[in-house]
Design a protein around this ligand. Structure first.
Ligand code: ATP
Ligand code: MG
Length: 183
């Protein structure tokens, strides 16, 4: 699965529309402290279905919306779009399958957020399963937050099991089982 583009509007410090191409190979993001490097990684995590405001370094999910500065008013809406090259069909479980997938998450202050895949409304769970089946996602071990390396090393065995399950590619199965149990 190759991410090709990340678009942000009103997400955290990215108040203006920002469109970042992601080239094949390694991508590095450099910049001074506080310029928004971690916010970019959080935008990825969020669009892949993160449900915990805490893991987004906020008190509530609305905190991902640009909160305003001395010179600019706060925003009411934030949107993140992730474009994926799916020619190799790493994702095969969505109905409207195409060579390019566009996953969009949008949040409005006080109203929660919604997801679309190629323009079609889907549930958060669908997006989480989509990425879990492709062995990546909001909680996958491949997304390691600042300071989390030490936490993984010192984790309890049962907590570390989730990391190993994700690495083994069975996270999609766990997500589906959880959904089945809720029904
Ligand atoms: P470091 O090098 O220290 O890790 P960084 O480049 O990772 O820094 P981030 O943590 O991504 O920086 O960005 C922090 C900045 O984002 C802070 O200036 C903070 O005020 C701003 N920020 C976070 N959430 C919001 C929000 N909802 N609205 C406006 N600005 C925000
Ligand atoms: Mg950072």
């Amino acid at each position: 699965m190759q991410f090709t583009r990340l678009r942000l509007t009103g997400f955290k410090s990215f108040v203006d529309s920002t469109d970042l191409p992601i080239e094949p190979g390694m991508t590095g993001v450099i910049g001074p402290n506080g310029c928004g490097k971690s916010n970019l990684v959080e935008a990825l995590r969020w669009v892949m279905g993160e449900t915990s405001a805490k893991r987004m370094r906020g008190g509530e999910m609305d905190d991902v919306i640009f909160g305003g500065t001395a010179t600019r008013p706060r925003r009411e809406i934030a949107e993140v779009a992730l474009l994926i090259d799916n020619k190799e069909r790493a994702v095969s479980n969505v109905a409207n399958l195409q060579d390019e997938l566009e996953v969009v998450r949008r949040i409005e202050r006080g109203s929660g957020s919604d997801f679309k895949v190629n323009g079609k409304s889907v549930r958060a769970k669908d997006v989480q399963i989509l990425f879990a089946d492709a062995s990546t996602g909001a909680n996958s071990p491949s997304l390691v937050s600042q300071g989390k390396v030490a936490a993984i090393i010192s984790a309890k065995p049962q907590d570390r099991r989730f990391v190993l399950e994700d690495a083994a590619g069975i996270a999609g199965i766990r997500a589906r089982r959880h959904e089945a149990e809720l029904k």
